[in-house]
Design a protein. Sequence first.
Length: 257
Amino acid sequence: MALDAMHVGAEQQKRGAGAHANEDRYDGGVDTAISGCANEVPRECRASPYDFNGGTCLAIAGKDFCVIAADTRLSSGYSILTRNGSIAHQLTSKCVMASGGCRTDVVSLQKLLDIRLREYIDNHGKEMSTPSVAQLLSTNLYYRRFFPFYAFNVVGGVDKEGKGAVYTYDAIGSFERVKYASQGAGQKLIIPILDNVVGNKNRADAPHEYTRDEAVELVKDVFITAGERDIFTGDRVEIFTIDSDSVQKQVFNLKAD
């Protein structure tokens, strides 16, 4: 009987020691044996209200016309969301805007401008001129500067004198009137080409004055070049030719891979 009591007491001591060891092992709620690292740094989870959905656009101003174009591929990361997502939007009978960036912000900005332009027509009985549209867009972008529209815009059209006008923007409304511009995913690929062939930079020959048809063909060639090198540019291009009388639209197919 004495031996049995001693044996039971020894077993209870072993169990108690094991329980204390487990408590030490799981102290602080971290299983160092399972995690493999006693000093593991906690990970921080982040969320962003923005997503870059691609979209490439450009515009070229001519003597009495403007050509503005944008592709229709919308992406998120390495996934193509749609091959038919238009990022170009006609604002007036002489003005078109194209935007790259976050799709939701682009659509919201387009709807906001439509409302402002409708109010202007109701109040004044006429359409807003292209330079005034350019200023309107700048004002609305700057108003949202603390939580900006993630949209990078180009506005193209003709002014009151019938001359081609192109305006380029940053995200918070800074803008300038230029002869040509590009925004969006393929901007870095397109601007060097336009600098050379339209801006005539770093060239010794005389500048070439592009006709309407030549400008359209140049736009097609530039988008083919960008589409071969940028995965966010492709599928098809919407090309708008604007003059004092009309806005004409054509679609040019790019590679679909």
